[in-house]
Design a protein around this ligand. Structure first.
Ligand SMILES: [Mg+2]
Length: 227
């Protein structure tokens, strides 16, 4: 057996304190003049899923190439927001947890995020965790989170040289969507309440382990037990 460990980004490893959300809203405003329809929480959703839901709520006919164009327009806006953002930072304990987990025998660590891969790398590039998480499942693999987690799981299993069925899946994330996507793939979750979902809601969502922050005493040991 081996273990594929996938880390979510937003609210789990890093925060942009709303900067990434604003870059996405700015994209919509640039195309449509306002951001009506996008008044919902983006946490745990894929980039494509966010654009689709908001456009449907605006009554826009959603075609796949429209979503492609909006995502292509969003990425440079995200890059400039991140370059300016004083609040683009690693969350407490994220680097320590990733550093510990990449050293565990039989474990490969990567990303499981609704960001398209280019956006994911933009968010992580300033930080040492980026190079430690070289593969993953991304928002450009699938619009549904369970499917992008499956893609990350397959890539991790390939790195281990094992069939997917002979690997455990462990997800670290900050929303109920992360928990449900792990479970849909037979995996377990360490959930962290540094995003917009409360500790209580993550417990109710069925995460195997819930911590307030990744630097909680015992959090790394709890993740090691899941792996
Ligand atoms: Mg998240």
């Amino acid at each position: 057996m081996g273990t594929v460990l996938l880390y979510d980004i937003d609210g789990t490893l890093v925060t942009t304190d709303g900067g990434a959300r604003q870059a996405l809203l700015d994209t919509i405003i640039a195309h449509y003049g306002d951001d009506a329809g996008f008044d919902f929480g983006f946490g745990g959703m894929t980039d494509r899923g966010i654009f689709r839901r908001g456009l449907v709520q605006r009554g826009v006919a959603v075609e796949e190439d429209l979503l492609d164009r909006l995502i292509a327009d969003y990425l440079p806006r995200l890059e400039s927001v991140l370059a300016r953002a004083a609040v683009h930072r690693l969350l407490p304990g994220a680097l320590e947890m990733v550093r510990a987990s990449v050293g565990w025998s039989g474990v490969v660590a990567g990303l499981g995020t609704g960001n398209v891969e280019a956006g994911a790398r933009m968010k992580l590039r300033p930080f040492a965790v980026d190079a430690l998480l070289p593969f993953g499942g991304f928002g450009c693999d699938a619009e549904l989170r369970a499917e992008l987690i499956a893609a990350g799981h397959r890539r991790g299993a390939a790195r281990l040289g094992l069939p997917v069925e002979q690997t455990r899946l462990v997800v670290v994330g900050d929303t109920v969507h992360d928990i449900e996507a792990a479970r849909a793939n037979g995996g377990v979750t360490l959930a962290v309440a540094t995003g917009r979902t409360s500790h209580e809601a993550l417990v109710a969502g069925g995460a195997e382990v819930v911590v307030h922050r990744l630097d909680d005493v015992g959090a790394i040991a709890a993740l090691a037990r899941l792996c």
